[in-house]
Design a protein around this ligand. Sequence first.
Ligand code: GN1
Ligand code: MG
Length: 360
Amino acid sequence: MNLLTDILSLFGLETESSVQSFGSGLINHTFKLSCNGKEYILQQINSNVFKSPERIAYNLSLIQAYLNQNFPEYLFIGPLPSIKNEFMVLVGGINYYRLFPFVSGSETINFVNKPKEAFEAAKQFGKFSKVLKDFEWSSLRYTLADFHNLDLRFKQFTASVASADPDKALLAATEVNVAYEHSHLVKTYNNIVLHEEIPLRVVHHDTKISNVLFDNELNGLCVIDLDTVMPGYFFSDVGDMMRTYLSAANEEETDISKVSIREEVFIAICEGYLSEMRDILTTREIHYFILAGELMIYMQAIRFLTDFLNNDIYYGSKYPGHNLTRAKNQFKLLEEYISHKRRFIEIIAALTNNKTAINV
Ligand code: GN1
Ligand code: MG
């Protein structure tokens, strides 16, 4: 019996006819397979990252029950139960696996090529927040504690600078300085959080384009990859869309001169997200809408830089200096983003009928 046969048997499935690697996530391994004429997504949870994977299953079952009751028409792709009625199975004593139905006819994309894709994705993430706006966020467990806590990410960064191998510290000297130059963002984040300026909500926390399913006409169907769904702030979702959709090059691009902002994509993100969330966001949240992108781009830049200085223990590395290159890419994006802020303010003001002043 091979590993796959073992896993599938725990879900009551007997044979598999094809298996292929699926998606481009950095943390979990995902496969698409077909079994007895039906298609599935099988995912191995990275238990070095998710130390308490049962919390993921717990959160998703609460959310699923809430949606079934309140929004039965909402397309929620929850994990399938095993023969023991568990939403994930432990194989070989170490690895957890989950099985999802594959939504027939659905497609995923890895990069935003057209504003419509950004609009549809942002609308789906907005809709996810909207249907869960009255769900009791405090009943959810933290699947990754302090995941988007910028204060902690900055402390991890300074610790990595202090402990880095001197050769690596030298290679990263410019980026380390840039990270310090923008550290006022950490203070801004702390002020917002300490003063409880914006509400906690159910937040997806990983809004990249490959986490949305589309139909073959590029209409958004639903959001997927729900492992980091937990209490958080709206800026995680909005900011990570800005970070991953706006750039004309993705975060893996090594030629950073290609990293530039696509204004039409910014408009599409705002229109898509606000088409669902305009009346739900507080005026303070709208005030911080543009800041969301700045915070998340900065956070990702220092996370990559920290990992470079920590010898790639978190994200791994496919070539020497991979995480330093990723950090350079994100710092370039941050610079471009900041230089577009005035224009962004005009766009948001128009879309929200000047509901409130935007923070810059
Ligand atoms: C990780 O595994 P993936 O690609 O869905 C990371 C995100 C980062 C992203 C950067 C649990 O997401 O926070 O933004 O890489 N997820 C985790 O590509 O750390
Ligand atoms: Mg993810």
